[in-house]
Write a protein that binds this ligand. Sequence first.
Ligand code: ATP
Ligand code: MG
Length: 479
Amino acid sequence: MASIVVIDHPIILRIAALAVDKGASAYVVGGYVRDALMGRARSDVDITIVGDAVDFARQVANLFNSKAVVYERFGTAMVPIGDMHVEFVGTRREEYHANSRKPVVTMGTLDDDLRRRDFTVNAMAASLAPETLGHVVDLFGGQADLADGVLRTPLDPVITMSDDPLRMMRAARFAAQLGFRIDADTERAITDMADRIGIISQERITDEFLKILGAPLPSIGLKVLFQTGLLKHILPEVHALAGVDLVAVGNREYRHKDVFLHTLQVVDNVAKVSNNVWLRLATLMHDVAKPKTKRFVEGTGWTFHGHEDVGARWQEKIFRRMKLPMDHLDYVQRLVRLHQRPMMLVDEGVTDSAIRRLAVAAGEALDDLFVLCKADVTTKNPRLAERYTRNYDVVKAKVDAVAERDQLRSFQSPLRGEEIMSITGLPPSRTIGYIKWMIEEAILEGDIPNDVTAAKNYMLANVDQWVAQAETAHFQRRG
Ligand code: ATP
Ligand code: MG
């Protein structure tokens, strides 16, 4: 009972016609077939050529006035056509012989291609030959697994996973993206060899990790990573969030919540309202230093004093280790460092100064900070949840009003360094930085408004005193 997927994309049809011209046998494979069968839209397509894929890709590139990007070592090529990426793979059979480490590569068949794929649902092909256009080749029960929502390897999972341990991460990724469960044997194989992820390049790991965070419910993939032990290898700090401590005082027991499970819930909450993967990452990290800062204080209970600062400080080493793009570091750090702050501003009597300082410290991340805070409300008590959420809305409205009034969105002193130098006649020095800082502090404290004239007058009235202090002054923004 062969299924058929509709192949009507004009680019794919032209490639199919070219294959007929050249006497090549071509199939659409992998994710494209899977998504077509699931009715998911997609833009990229992978094509398997029985024979020399690189040569065929060059001819396709010619036909579309494009250029093939060739990966000689793998015998694959990518041709960009409009906003579509068309990937060409050749069927190859690699055989290892007793007295040689190098494989003998022969042309191979479609079967050889499909058995080397990661999961049965990704190991289906659809013919591009005119007489069988769209006929699905399914050698490993991919359609049945698709219907059941199961990820299973085409070969013995131990073999599939050893051949490329990245597939362990991919299992977690597809589980999250597709909402599928992982077949028990496959999951056991992953658990048994989780440490082999160590041989995979960080770039490939991080790629899959970010796709997990980008999924509709990232918790599904993160749970797989945790349960199989992969998380311990790729992100030990997050792995360490799991578990509950218990202290008995007299005949009462005190336990804190499981920070890992709480974090997963907060990440899912954020994912429901934002696709920003860096906000999701910051959310995953927001309580990351809780285990490190955990104390039991009699009379108070469990405390995690300073976890937000420690967690923020850890981000740089985590970013470097994960090879995450450093231009997102500052944003993630701000969110982790500030995630407790809005809660402290709920009080009626909170000063404008505290509000201004939060707005300036958060900068561009201000709106996302409140998305994180509201997502962090995970109490099961609906009345409490509603009260907390309302509190955040009130604080947000206050912050917005003050930030708007005082033009704090990309705050810096209304007098630039050069202006300070030309007005005072002082040379470039630490003193200039100190003067600038004193002006900014006065604005944040509400002593003067955020404008040039006020700043100039204030500076002229105080500059002699500041020059005298500058040598010994400590100046650093108080958060
Ligand atoms: P996406 O929609 O995220 O692109 P995809 O299924 O197309 O999903 P890709 O990573 O683009 O995933 O890979 C395309 C196809 O190539 C997969 O469907 C799978 O058949 C195969 N594949 C990719 N990477 C591997 C791997 N590491 N091991 C085995 N097969 C793989
Ligand atoms: Mg793809």
